[in-house]
Write a protein that binds this ligand. Structure first.
Ligand SMILES: [Zn+2]
Length: 107
């Protein structure tokens, strides 16, 4: 990442790495998550790289699942493995496609 891109658009110079707490409405729920971003030390404006945005989307989905009591991807995977089931076997039992299992476990 070059330095110009790390500058605050309001002209305050270099932004620095920060962990920012975001409160976002997601599927009708208020979810809170911590996101790694660039932040301007003067005005507090934040900006994320594409990678940080992708991480943030995962963190938001995770936070939402916890709030509404859904299993997280990691939980689905570990429960499946504890049962000794392959993704295909779980898909057969749940009467869904293997792709759905893959997607749920990654989310
Ligand atoms: Zn600024």
């Amino acid at each position: 990442m070059d330095n110009l891109k790390n500058n605050c658009p309001a002209g305050h110079g270099q932004m620095s790495n920060a962990i920012v707490t975001k409160n976002i409405e997601f599927r009708g729920k208020q979810v809170s998550c911590q996101i790694e971003s660039l932040q301007c030390p003067k005005c507090g404006l934040t900006r994320s790289t594409l990678e940080q945005t992708a991480d943030a989307q995962l963190a938001i989905a995770e936070s939402y699942r916890q709030q509404v009591g859904l299993l997280t991807g990691e939980e689905i995977k570990s429960y499946r493995e504890n049962l000794g089931l392959s993704q295909q076997q779980l898909a057969d039992r749940a009467q869904c496609s293997k792709m759905s299992i893959v997607r749920w476990e990654m989310a």
